[in-house]
Design a protein around this ligand. Structure first.
Ligand SMILES: CC(C)(COP(=O)(O)OP(=O)(O)OC[C@H]1O[C@@H](n2cnc3c(N)ncnc32)[C@H](O)[C@@H]1OP(=O)(O)O)[C@@H](O)C(=O)NCCC(=O)NCCS
Length: 200
């Protein structure tokens, strides 16, 4: 582990509320919450959608999709942050995830990265940016992180647009090839950063 871990989860941040070992985050339109069994089916549908997976890799089987949720919940319980399930408050609809995760081992940098993944039907409504702002606030104000990173493929322009909207900056000198990705479009990656205090 190369980052701050679970103890930080004992703190309580503005706009967040503890539910067991996991804080809920509220925004104008969204609730970031613990995963529920009812999320598994729409989550699996997202992970079987080639458009959602275009910059992520293989489509996931239902078993692998379900296993990912079990892992997210275990990570959250262990360290106090991770991938929240994202729900639209007005309708209760599950639309994907957003959150924070330690950078994978083997990457040419270390730290904690922010990320998001929404169902295709939820794109184009500002939900990813709204969730990301709440996650950034949690990372800086509650976890006390000095910096948050974001990584995506060079061709994932929609995700890079979210990074820019929340005030993250890319230095082309940080561009790198993902050592875990096969040769092809998933390999060239970009790195965005934001320091505490630089949030917009
Ligand atoms: C990356 C991803 C989350 C981006 O979603 P997104 O909907 O494009 O991003 P935002 O939430 O910031 O929405 C911005 C769009 O909503 C529009 N919008 C509509 N209503 C809005 C509102 N009330 N507030 C803000 N923006 C609004 C914006 O104008 C913008 O439109 P545009 O795409 O035509 O420029 C989404 O494409 C995705 O899930 N991709 C697959 C998974 C993935 O690649 N994840 C990232 C891996 S690193």
């Amino acid at each position: 582990m190369r980052c701050r871990t679970a103890e930080t989860g004992l703190l309580r941040g503005e706009g967040s509320r503890w539910l067991g070992s996991m804080a809920e985050l509220h925004t104008d339109r969204l609730l970031l919450r613990r995963w529920r069994d009812s999320d598994l089916e729409p989550w699996a549908a997202m992970n079987a959608d080639p458009e959602v997976r275009e910059h992520l890799g293989d489509l996931l089987s239902r078993d692998r999709s379900d296993a990912s949720v079990a892992q997210y919940q275990a990570d959250f319980d262990r360290r106090g942050y991770g991938w929240w399930a994202v729900e639209v408050r007005g309708t209760g609809e599950f639309i994907g995830f957003a959150g924070l995760d330690p950078v994978d081992d083997g990457m040419p940098f270390t730290g904690v990265e922010i990320g998001w993944r929404l169902a295709r039907s939820a794109w184009g409504q500002g939900y990813a940016t709204e969730a990301a702002r709440a996650v950034l606030a949690y990372g800086f104000d509650t976890l006390g992180l000095p910096e948050i990173l974001a990584v995506t493929t060079s061709t994932n322009h929609r995700s890079q647009a979210v990074m820019r909207r929340i005030g993250m900056i890319r230095d082309p000198a940080d561009d790198f090839d993902d050592p875990c990705a096969p040769d092809g479009p998933l390999r060239p990656n970009v790195l965005f950063r934001i320091a505490r205090g630089a949030r917009t």
